[in-house]
Design a protein around this ligand. Structure first.
Ligand code: PEP
Length: 247
């Protein structure tokens, strides 16, 4: 049985004061929740503060990017060791915004995934097709290729720590969602691709849906057999909306 994860991706939002306000509202709302992992993936500068704020709650902390390098002349980057020291347990890797605006490729995503796992961070690996790729009918090919590339060199044991997020790019921040059935079918294709490479352990891998998931549509998406949770952008910035999805 796969334990669901609801992960918030705050993106470049929430100063420390705003983070405190949000988490102060959220914590009591999710305190009795059982059977779900709750994660907030926050800006680097918030990690240490958020780690303190969620102490004693069920909320875990993640970052939104990590370098594939250990240390050295990589201006503007941040290492896995630094993230762990600040209090991160998870890290989002290969979000479509990073692929689109910051030149991340399947190759750099793979290097980051390997580095995160080697250092003890749990990667939340994002894959997803563009609208034009969906229209061409090649969604499954695209996301399976991205998944296989991201996992290149990842061992069977390390795979246990991996979370995949299927995020159709056309659905992120647009208010458009994949239908629950389409999302489930694509996620099943991703799981099958992992099964081809690793065998039956693919059954244990948590694969999330992301893309305008909110308190209204979460129930239908989560009712699908292969959708194991959500990566939530906009709705994770409002305590009452995020809480409803979690609950
Ligand atoms: C995301 O940032 O990963 C995301 C899914 O955003 P939104 O929920 O706002 O579409």
């Amino acid at each position: 049985m796969r334990k669901p994860i609801i992960a918030g991706n705050w993106k470049m939002n929430n100063t420390k004061a705003e983070a405190e306000e949000l988490l102060t509202a959220l914590k009591p709302l999710v305190k009795d929740v059982k059977g779900v992992d709750i994660v907030v993936c926050v800006p680097f500068t918030d990690i240490e503060k958020v780690k303190k704020l969620v102490k004693g709650s069920k909320i875990r902390v993640g970052a939104q990017n990590v370098s594939w390098a250990d240390k050295g002349a990589f201006t503007g980057e941040i290492s896995a060791a630094m993230l762990i020291e600040a209090g991160a347990e998870y890290v989002v890797i290969g979000h479509s915004e990073r692929r689109q605006y910051f030149g991340e490729t399947d190759e750099t995503v793979n290097k980051k995934v390997c580095k995160a796992l080697a250092e003890g961070l749990k990667p939340i690996i994002c894959v997803g097709e563009k609208l034009s790729e969906k229209q061409m009918g090649i969604t499954e090919e695209i996301v399976c290729l991205q998944t296989k590339a991201a996992l290149h060199g990842v061992s069977r044991t390390q795979l246990d720590e991996v979370v995949i997020a299927y995020e159709p790019i056309w659905a992120i921040g647009t208010g458009m969602t994949a239908t629950p059935e389409d999302a489930n079918q694509t996620i099943r294709a991703i799981r099958n691709a992992i099964r081809d490479a690793y065998g039956d352990v693919a059954q244990n891998i948590r694969i999330l849906y992301g893309g305008s998931m909110n308190d209204k549509n979460a129930r239908d998406l989560m009712a699908q057999s292969d959708i194991d949770g959500g990566l939530i952008g906009g709705a994770s910035l409002v305590a009452e909306k995020f809480e409803k999805i979690v609950n």
